[in-house]
Design a protein around this ligand. Structure first.
Ligand SMILES: Cc1cc2nc3c(=O)[nH]c(=O)nc-3n(C[C@H](O)[C@H](O)[C@H](O)COP(=O)(O)OP(=O)(O)OC[C@H]3O[C@@H](n4cnc5c(N)ncnc54)[C@H](O)[C@@H]3O)c2cc1C
Length: 441
């Protein structure tokens, strides 16, 4: 049983079912994808390291390929990965997507290079994910909120959930907590860490899109009147609106500005406090409204704009993290350690000189296994890690990779009649390799 249908959850469910386990997936909203769809943060970054070499494959690549076939994904051509060609880089910088696609590589004197990132259409992705879980044979229950685990001693035996059908329960041999926030492991009594890094990543965020913008006129104005544009943006910010936007890059979109992410306030927020969630949602919506009204009235190219959609899911990258059999710490970003139970190799792109010397990091399966609770795996941003390292390795492709490993491990555990912590690492890795996951030799 998988609780939560975000990147960690849909990947867990698809992999468990494809590996032969009878699988049910419950999700509180009416769609799958979590932040990648409902949070409007539909960008899969850091698939390559700063030299442009791809490390994340498996289910991530499969999703991107399926979306490309629907003309609903945008990513650089393979032959351009790692290029320093300023003309190619300009395209991404003009769209404000620099951080996602362009990074300075200290190994070539700090010159900028192109990374592998994919932008996906969130509405098409919702439908594609439904297809993928159905094709895998997963029993899907939307509109179902996992409330607490059913325990027998220290072992999770299933989960209670609430929906319009009332309170129901499902018994399961393995439960995967992919709620992002660890709703299930907290109820199971697992130890966890909830230290919040006080930075923009742990601020609650409310994303929105503004459409029907004449982006050529807007760009002309920004470039021909930089001072006037800067003053207007300052005025907008002072009024409580948001001045930073991306221009989408998707071919099936024209005239759309993505206000993503719009951190309501750049300080840590408690995403577990319903009053705080409510307050930031109200403020976020007010900010979107102010932005839209201001753009319409004052900014050339935006006269006919409207708010196309706002994110149903408030975002945060901070929160509770399970204490697992292994805790990923900052020293792992510099150790180059290849764990015997490595389940994914991740690019280490955001740590300056450390990234240059240690372009990759391995993540062990034990980060998904709670220390003292059986019958449970954690496959989402709440994996076992210190806050300072979690913030760099909890993004969408990472959580998909954790889910792919957890779902595969759960199926192996069920088949062998053993606890997830007893799964044979070599067998797990052999199965992941068969699914196209790249692991150390
Ligand atoms: C503002 C912002 C911008 C970001 N930008 C990017 C970006 O551009 N690219 C990127 O890769 N990452 C980005 N991230 C990070 C990324 O979105 C998350 O780290 C990632 O989505 C985590 O995946 P997850 O599966 O752990 O959780 P989520 O994406 O939050 O998914 C959790 C799912 O579980 C469901 N759920 C929760 N509780 C329950 C419950 N009790 N019962 C049933 N269902 C439940 C939710 O509805 C949701 O579908 C951003 C994050 C934020 C906050």
């Amino acid at each position: 049983m998988v609780v939560g249908g975000g990147p960690g959850g849909f990947a867990s469910a698809i992999s468990a079912a494809r590996s032969g386990a009878k699988t049910v997936l419950i999700e509180r909203y009416g769609h799958l994808g979590g932040m990648a769809t409902g949070g409007l943060v539909n960008i899969f970054p850091n698939l390559s390291d700063i030299s442009g070499k791809q490390h994340i494959f498996g289910l991530n690549q499969e999703i991107i390929d399926r979306m490309k076939a629907k003309n609903a994904a945008f990513c650089p051509d393979e032959e351009d990965l790692g290029t320093t060609d300023s003309k190619v880089l300009e395209h991404y910088l003009n769209a404000n997507m620099g951080w996602f696609y362009v990074r300075q590589d200290p190994n070539i004197g700090g010159r900028e290079r192109l990374l592998y990132t994919a932008v996906l259409d969130p509405e098409v992705l919702k439908a594609e994910l439904n297809d993928m879980v159905m094709e895998a044979g997963v029993d899907l229950l939307l509109h179902s909120w996992g409330t607490r685990p059913i325990m027998e001693g220290n072992t999770v035996k299933g989960v209670f959930f609430e929906s319009k059908s009332g309170r129901q329960a499902i018994l399961a041999k393995v439960v995967i907590d992919s709620t992002g926030d660890g709703d299930i492991f907290v109820g199971a009594g697992a130890e966890f860490d909830d230290e919040l890094q006080s930075n923009f990543r742990t601020a609650l965020a409310f994303s929105f899109w503004i459409a029907n913008v004449d982006t050529s006129r807007l760009e002309d104005f920004r470039k021909s009147h930089p001072d006037k544009f800067a003053l207007l943006m300052r005025d907008l910010t002072e009024k409580g609106g948001h001045s930073f936007y991306f221009t989408g890059l998707l071919q099936n979109q024209e005239g759309v500005l993505w206000f993503h992410p719009m951190h309501v306030k750049q300080v840590a927020s408690d995403a577990m406090d319903v009053e705080e969630l409510t307050r930031w949602n109200v403020l976020g919506r007010r900010g979107a409204q102010i932005t839209y009204e201001f753009l319409r009235e004052h900014v050339p190219g935006c006269e006919k704009c409207f708010i196309m959609q706002t994110a149903p899911q408030l975002g945060t990258q901070g929160g509770r993290r399970v204490i697992g059999e292994y805790i990923l710490t900052p020293s792992d970003m510099e150790s180059d350690e290849v764990f015997a139970d490595t389940i994914v190799i991740l690019a280490n792109n955001d740590n300056g000189e450390i990234s240059a010397r240690h372009p990759c990091i391995c993540v062990p399966y034990r980060c998904l296994v709670p220390l003292k609770i059986d019958g449970l795996l954690v496959a989402c941003r709440a994996f076992s890690s210190k806050a300072s390292v979690n913030q760099w390795f909890n993004i969408i492709p990472h959580c998909i990779a954790y889910g792919q490993a957890a779902g595969t491990a759960a199926a192996l555990a069920v088949r062998a009649g053993i606890q997830p912590r007893r799964v044979d690492y070599k067998e797990l890795q052999a199965n992941l390799r068969k699914q196209g996951v790249k692991l150390p030799e």
